[in-house]
Design a protein around this ligand. Structure first.
Ligand code: ATP
Length: 236
């Protein structure tokens, strides 16, 4: 059974329909990439899963149970955490305090829990900078704090929205290199990623979206560049 799945997911912003019947799933131990042009609906899919947009209960299922439209804090308590686009850290607070906040709202740990020390082991630079206010960190270091904060929610599923956006290639590599350790600890990962090559190499499976629909899905290693090109831009 899938850890999390969506079924004919429809999402709207007022009168504007952003998703048209999206079927998506991720199993335990998987890394799934979501690709697609700006406005394709990738963030909307994550927000719908997380309870940040109202959707019908059956449209999102966790462990086969309907959770669509649940409050975000309930999704966190059920083991789903998000690294939001733009990071949304608590400015003015230190690295350590940004991390501590997350431990207050965590899901019950499964297996060995994430601790602040484990986050520091994953991203050693954060230990060095633990007393530093987050706004004086580099973009990449801030992204590490955002990932660490989400991990301290003890998620079984981590949703990452464009974690490489605006970062230097070296730090992007460093951040993506942390994903296998996260998965090893029992957390499945969804990455929304603009860089198609990176998305493919980092994931087991991928979904391509276009104008609110899934246009391609399959094992990342089996999907050709040509198929991705068509699914990304639409068949001409
Ligand atoms: P991006 O890479 O730009 O984040 P995306 O694939 O994540 O792209 P979404 O942000 O999910 O796309 O947007 C899907 C559609 O929904 C777009 O047409 C966008 O303009 C629209 N949209 C997103 N957020 C809102 C909002 N708050 N109100 C109205 N429309 C929105």
């Amino acid at each position: 059974m899938a850890l999390l799945s969506t079924h004919g997911l429809v999402a709207r912003y007022g009168d504007f329909q952003a998703l048209y019947g999206v079927d998506f799933e991720i199993g335990a131990g998987e890394v799934v990439a979501l690709i697609g042009a700006n406005g394709a609906g990738k963030s909307t899919l994550l927000k719908s899963i997380m309870g940040l947009l109202r959707v019908a209960p059956d449209m999102v299922q966790l462990d086969g149970r309907p959770v669509g439209g649940s409050q975000p804090y309930r999704m966190v308590a059920s083991g789903v955490a998000i690294v939001p686009e733009g990071r949304r850290l608590f400015s003015g607070m230190s690295v350590a305090d940004n991390l501590r906040v997350a431990t207050d709202h965590a899901a019950p740990p499964h297996g060995e829990p994430w601790t602040i020390d484990r986050v520091y082991a994953l991203f050693p630079i954060l230990q060095e900078k633990q007393a530093v206010p987050v706004q004086s960190l580099s973009g990449g270091q801030q992204q590490m704090v955002a990932i660490g904060r989400a991990l301290l929610n003890q998620p079984r599923l981590l949703l990452c929205d464009e974690i490489s956006l605006g970062l230097a290639p070296k730090v992007v590599r460093e951040i993506y290199q942390s994903i296998p350790s996260i998965v090893e600890r029992g957390t499945a990962v969804v990455v929304v990623e603009q860089d198609v090559g990176l998305a493919r190499s980092a994931s087991n499976r991928l979904y391509c979206m276009l104008e609110g629909r899934v246009t391609l899905t399959g094992r990342s290693e089996d999907i050709s560049r040509e198929a991705i090109g068509e699914a990304y831009f639409g068949a001409s």
